[in-house]
Design a protein around this ligand. Structure first.
Ligand code: GDP
Length: 193
């Protein structure tokens, strides 16, 4: 995994006074890998197997405590199904501090698609963007076609955080976003208090 400069924890400690920042996190990945289910699990701790794709919601927000006095609000953007019809506009991930690229461990094609999203992000998004790769649907282990080792090896080569998750059981969903939030470098001066 690539080493990024100071994450939130160290920057917050240095400043010595409580701070609260807002970060934009975008989700990317093939249709039906579980992007919006992951967001719903994280922000509302719910899972709805029969839900329709989200249409129109811009983002959902969740506050995370980085330490005793410092917090971040993650504004988590879902594609709202747009990836089905056309390639996503770079506007979607512009100004994002972090991205979560999701694949489905039971669909090898979605892993290949995730790799191409990652390449696009590394070419076109903010140069310091923190990227996490998430292999979702670990509760469907008997249908797995992408091994954990394959996912981890790719993430290590590309310098990404890596988690296997289940939006259904909730496994690793909180860990994914909290680790991501802690990796985002804080600006030198407070932008909100
Ligand atoms: P999106 O198009 O990537 O946003 O995917 P959705 O969140 O709409 O999920 C697509 C389908 O996969 C839905 O039927 C979800 O219920 C299901 N799904 C999402 N995450 C999981 C998971 O972790 N485990 C299982 N078994 N199903 C999931």
């Amino acid at each position: 995994m690539a080493e990024h400069q100071s994450g939130a924890g160290s920057a917050a400690q240095k400043s010595g006074r409580p701070r609260k920042l807002v970060f934009k996190v975008v989700l990317l990945g093939e249709s039906a890998v579980g992007k919006s289910s992951i967001v719903t699990r994280f922000t509302r701790d719910e899972f709805n197997q029969y839900k329709e794709s989200t249409i129109g919601a811009a983002f959902l927000t969740k506050e995370i405590a980085i330490d005793a006095s410092n917090t971040v609000n993650l504004n988590i953007w879902d594609t709202a199904g747009q990836e089905r019809y056309k390639s996503l506009a770079p506007m979607y991930y512009r100004n994002a501090e972090a991205a979560v690229v999701v694949y489905d461990i039971t669909q090898a094609a979605s892993f290949e698609r995730a790799k191409s999203w990652i390449k696009e992000l590394q070419r076109q998004a903010e140069p310091n963007i923190i990227i996490a790769l998430a292999g979702n649907k670990t509760d469907l282990a008997d249908r797995r076609t992408v091994s954990k080792e394959e996912g981890a090896a790719y993430a290590a080569t590309a310098g990404l955080l890596f988690f296997e998750t289940s939006a259904q059981s909730g496994e690793n969903v909180g860990e994914l976003f909290v680790s991501l939030a802690k990796k985002i470098p804080w600006p030198a001066e407070p932008v909100a208090s």
